[in-house]
Ligand binder design. Structure first.
Ligand code: FAD
Length: 327
């Protein structure tokens, strides 16, 4: 369904902006990361009128390169998205806006979506037949000096993304209990010199400790004072409260995560205990007509998986619109 001319608002007084105040779209996509832009491509090519609203950087913005992304290995995160935008520009069916979506109202038919343009001005409301949440997650890092500063270079979340760059180097894992065991063993596939730093009692069972030892992984329970890094962002030392320094090239950890946006929760979408947005096999949330893709859902978190999920959600959305139209 195309936006009707009468739905388009006039430009603002200055005449500089032509942001619509009311429009009807087939689909509004919230979030312009890998998931959102990939979904926009599939939906735009399906002759659907799509609005992509995105505000803020993608989750991996502090990383020097996106790895393990087929044909794009090592591309800068901003360049990956720039390419996505460049390719979307060929489709008049797709509109992209820098705006933060603040509310999704479920109507009898479709949805009203309110957003705040990044450049200022009054909030804007549009309507859509379907909504795709591609809003990603936020990583909460342990409150240890240096974690945030080195995040994405010396402090890493995923060996599949960044393990190769630090292979065979002295590495550390920050974790406790089962995670310390699992992540310690995993990282030991990239380097023979791995120390699991548990920052207090390890919480690892005896059998686990034996398993780690069998694979040459050392466990240190000393409390961490701070991390020391290089100006380039790499880790130099883990400094313990007892004053000792452990030279390491990088530290891996699983972060605590929360949804980047409260929209799913506020709209009443079911969340799983870990905070991820529940979806069925067709990427639809517990609210009919609202779909979710990318890190916001429970699937493994990688840019290429987010893009694939965006594509799957787009196909499911287009097919549900087709069913509605072709009775
Ligand atoms: C440090 C780091 C390095 C990484 N390296 C790699 C790597 O090398 N390879 C790899 O495959 N993966 C990597 N990842 C994982 C990858 O970043 C994510 O899997 C991917 O970004 C998920 O894409 P997404 O579209 O779901 O979310 P995001 O990329 O986070 O995009 C979501 C977008 O939605 C916007 N948004 C949120 N709420 C709203 C709202 N209310 N209104 C408008 N916009 C909103 C956000 O600001 C953001 O721009 C890395 C992650 C981190 C943290």
């Amino acid at each position: 369904m195309k936006p009707t001319a009468s739905d388009k608002s006039p430009t603002t007084g200055s005449g500089r902006f032509s942001f619509p105040t009311v429009s009807e779209y087939d689909v509004v996509i919230v979030g312009g990361g890998s998931a959102g832009l990939s979904a926009a491509l599939v939906l735009g090519r399906s002759c659907r009128q799509v609005l992509v609203c995105s505000s803020g950087p993608p989750r991996n913005s502090t990383s020097p390169g996106v790895h393990s992304f087929f044909t794009r290995d090592g591309i800068k995160p901003a360049d990956l998205l720039r390419l996505g935008h460049e390719q979307l520009a060929a489709y008049p069916t797709v509109t992209t806006r820098e705006a933060c979506v603040t509310r999704i109202e479920v109507k009898e038919v479709g949805f009203c979506i309110t957003m705040q343009p990044d450049r200022g001005g009054p909030p804007v409301t549009v309507s859509a037949r379907r909504v795709l949440l591609a809003t990603g997650v936020t990583d909460d890092l342990p409150p240890i000096e240096g974690m945030r500063e080195l995040w994405g270079m010396g402090v890493l979340h995923c060996p599949y993304c960044h393990g190769w760059e630090v292979r065979d180097k002295p590495l550390a894992v920050y974790a406790q209990g089962k995670t310390a065991l699992g992540l310690g063993l995993l990282i030991s596939r990239w380097s023979k010199d791995v120390v699991v730093c548990t920052n207090g009692p390890s919480g690892i069972k005896e059998k686990g400790l034996q398993r780690l030892a069998r694979h040459g992984v050392v466990v240190r329970e000393d409390k961490i004072a701070h991390l020391e890094g290089r100006s380039t962002g790499e880790l130099r030392h883990i400094v313990f409260e007892n004053g000792e320094k452990l030279a390491r090239h990088a530290l891996f950890l699983h972060t605590q995560q929360r949804q980047r946006s409260n929209l799913a929760e506020e709209t009443g979408c079911r969340l799983l205990t870990n905070g991820a947005v529940w979806t069925n096999s067709k990427a639809q949330t517990s609210i009919k007509g609202i779909y979710a893709a990318g890190d916001t859902t429970p699937a493994p978190q990688q840019a290429i998986i987010a893009a694939a999920e965006g594509s799957l959600a787009a196909i499911a959305i287009n097919e549900s619109l087709t069913r509605e139209e072709c009775r």
